[in-house]
Write a protein of this length. Structure first.
Length: 278
């Protein structure tokens, strides 16, 4: 329980910093700012992949909120989700696996994030949906909060942080209880080592917003109960609590489902081919 609470408390600085930045951007929004953000968004997938690779799912939560507020593109968000490593890397390090294996995993995740992220942005541009504008006010409308009645940027940022943190805490607690009763043996029987089938199931398992999943899968892989391809598929689709925050903050469910589908297909396919590297 202590570890569970600590993992969730570590999200608070990321969430607060994100909402504070969004409030400041909205308060100072003008043509020059939009043009500046537009130039930054072009490199979004590259920046997002590098930022997401650090073993802390707070980055994915922050990226989901930034996307919901219009600060980053869908491609950047997908890049962050694909590169997020959650607890996988710390577990592998603690088990003293070869450094070359860890480097390969991180490299695959970063390259996958960059590639898929730029492809998503290119497709969105071709469809005429590549333009992104700040719309922080939609976060308030979607969550029905009253923060805009208050002046300044600090209090609205605190309100959004508290609201999202409590949502994450409740949902994560439910998954924690479910995984506790399910156990590692059930996870082992669920994830098969058969080509494509294992990756397909592992990709779905990666959607579970709980650190225990990546820990269990890493241990299964080290014990030979999970293929390298399945491990990579789980790792690529596993975005920590990012998906929770996305569906809670972004009112455009069609876009949310599209991102979920891209994440799953990319994770399964790239995970399968990445398995050959190990």
């Amino acid at each position: 329980m202590t570890e569970f609470l600590l993992d969730n408390l570590l999200l608070l600085p990321f969430l607060f910093a994100t909402y504070l930045v969004l409030e400041i951007l909205e308060a100072r929004a003008d043509g020059a700012l939009e043009r500046s953000l537009g130039r930054t968004r072009r490199l979004g997938p590259l920046i997002g992949s590098i930022a997401g690779v650090f073993p802390q799912c707070g980055v994915s939560a922050a990226a989901a909120s930034l996307y919901a507020g219009g600060a980053i593109t869908a491609g950047t968000l997908v890049a962050v989700f694909l590169s997020t490593s959650d607890e996988l890397i710390p577990v592998l390090i603690s088990e003293k696996v070869p450094v070359s294996l860890i480097v390969k995993i991180l490299a695959v995740k970063v390259v996958s994030g960059v590639f898929v992220g730029f492809v998503v942005n290119a497709v969105m541009t071709m469809l005429g949906k590549g333009g992104t504008k700040l719309h922080v006010d939609e976060l308030c409308a979607h969550s029905r909060c009253s923060c805009k009645r208050r002046k300044g940027v600090l209090v609205p940022a605190l309100v959004h942080t508290a609201e999202i943190f409590l949502f994450i805490l409740v949902v994560s607690a439910l998954f924690e209880v479910a995984l506790h009763f399910m156990g590692e043996d059930s996870l082992r029987s669920l994830i098969l080592n058969d080509p494509w089938i294992g990756e397909s199931i592992a990709g779905l398992v990666g959607f579970i917003p709980n650190c225990a999943v990546s820990v269990s899968c890493a241990q299964l892989y080290l014990k030979g109960g999970m293929s390298a391809g399945a491990l990579m598929a789980m790792s690529l689709t596993g975005s920590g609590v990012g998906l929770l925050v996305l569906f809670r903050t972004n009112r455009h469910w069609t876009a949310n489902v599209m991102i979920l589908a891209v994440l799953y297909v990319s994770g399964v396919v790239l995970g399968r081919f990445a398995g050959f590297l190990f």
